[in-house]
Design a protein around this ligand. Structure first.
Ligand SMILES: Cc1cc2nc3c(=O)[nH]c(=O)nc-3n(C[C@H](O)[C@H](O)[C@H](O)COP(=O)(O)O)c2cc1C
Length: 362
């Protein structure tokens, strides 16, 4: 049993925001042990939007909002880490308490409201990092009181582009009033035009980080198709499906399920995987889809890939299963791909998309 395994039950006695801070400190101080062996398996290596990923399992945005420990997180064995959401100016976020565990549902509800140290401080930390340590995406958003939303996203992209392996435009947090409205076609088109132009203005063609768009799971199939068409037309390289949900799926058991905010974890799995399949089908191979929502082990990670995800991200399951989860998933995913006769993870992407899209899988 590792020190991290011993600390997990202790951390669960603390309120979740303090436990989160403690986890960041423990990572910073090197108290979270790295896997004892190299986590590389050729079957899991694939090229997605021009980047070679050592494995397809990443840490989703929101854990390391201000880029305090990206290199330590990469050391846990994940294939990539997404830091952020960073906003142009530092922001305190909503009043506490603002994050809640739903243990009986293996879920969480958060209404953090983009608390972060701001772009200048966050990017300052990334400037010192060893770029060879692994793939780091920068997820950007806007301040609650932004007076020029598209302009602020463009500025955030301009500042981040040189330091990012990829960039994520987050228009799907439920905790910034009006943010999700930017997913509507008329707004999204201008926004994506502005961010792609901003990236191109500050980078040479040979060193241009791909831009991804992160969407909500609370969208109709028609809206998802429309978003995908706009993303392709505006030269966005991928879409992350999905952020947290403002819905409350039937059957939630935990006392905290009535809290306001975005729901993540196991109850988000089926909903977000169906939307992922819609996105994969609408993309029709033109751009890649990243799947997030309720991944908690090899089986759910494999299901995301089969539903259409070229890459997978997770966050909430780490709260319940601890940092060894990445190596558990990586090992189990390799086994499942070999069992089913695939020689590379890329060949399994989307094989069950039709089933997930019509709701007959899962
Ligand atoms: C506490 C918490 C904070 C989050 N903060 C962010 C954020 O700042 N930006 C973002 O794009 N997503 C954020 N997310 C959403 C996650 O990145 C992810 O899309 C979502 O939780 C679904 O994955 P999961 O079920 O594995 O947690 C947050 C999620 C949680 C649980």
């Amino acid at each position: 049993m590792s020190l991290a395994d011993l600390m997990m039950p202790l951390a669960r006695c603390l309120d979740p925001e303090r436990a989160h801070r403690l986890a960041i400190q423990a990572l910073r101080l090197g108290l979270v042990p790295r896997p004892k062996r190299a986590v590389s398996d050729r079957i899991l290596q694939s090229e997605v939007f021009g980047i070679t990923f050592p494995n397809p399992i990443g840490l989703a945005a929101g854990f390391d909002k201000s880029a305090e420990v990206p290199t330590q997180l990469l050391g846990l064995g994940c294939g990539f880490v997404e830091i952020g959401t960073l906003t142009p100016r530092p922001q305190a976020g909503n009043p506490k308490p603002r994050v809640f565990r739903l243990p009986e549902d293996q879920a969480a509800i958060n209404r953090y409201g983009f608390n972060n140290d701001g772009l200048e401080v966050g990017l300052g930390r990334l400037r010192d990092r060893d770029r060879n340590a692994g793939i780091v995406g920068i997820n950007v958003g806007i301040n609650k009181d932004s007076a020029d939303q598209a302009g602020d996203y463009a500025e955030a992209i301009r500042q981040s582009a040189a330091l990012a392996d990829y960039l994520t435009v987050n228009v799907s947090s439920p905790n910034t009033p009006g943010l999700r409205d930017l997913q509507a076609a008329d707004q999204l088109d201008g926004l994506l035009d502005a961010v792609v132009e901003a990236r191109d203005a500050v980078t040479k063609e040979t060193a241009r980080p791909p831009i991804l768009l992160k969407i909500a799971p609370d969208l109709s199939r028609d809206m998802v198709s429309e978003i995908l068409d706009i993303a392709v037309a505006r030269r966005v390289s991928g879409v992350i499906v999905a952020n947290t949900t403002i819905t409350r799926p039937a059957g939630l058991k935990s006392q905290n399920s009535g809290e306001a905010g975005g729901l993540s974890g196991a109850p988000l799995f089926a909903l977000s995987t169906q939307v992922l399949a819609w996105a994969h089908i609408a993309a029709a191979g033109r751009i890649a889809i990243v799947g997030a929502g309720g991944v908690d082990g090899p089986e759910t990670a494999y299901a995301k890939i089969r539903a259409g995800a070229s890459l997978v991200q997770l966050y909430t399951a780490l709260i319940y299963k601890g940092p060894g989860l990445f190596t558990t998933i990586i090992d189990g995913l390799g086994e499942r791909l070999r069992r089913d006769g695939y020689n590379n993870v890329a060949n399994a992407v989307g094989v069950d998309a039709a089933k997930w899209a019509d709701g007959s899988s899962g």
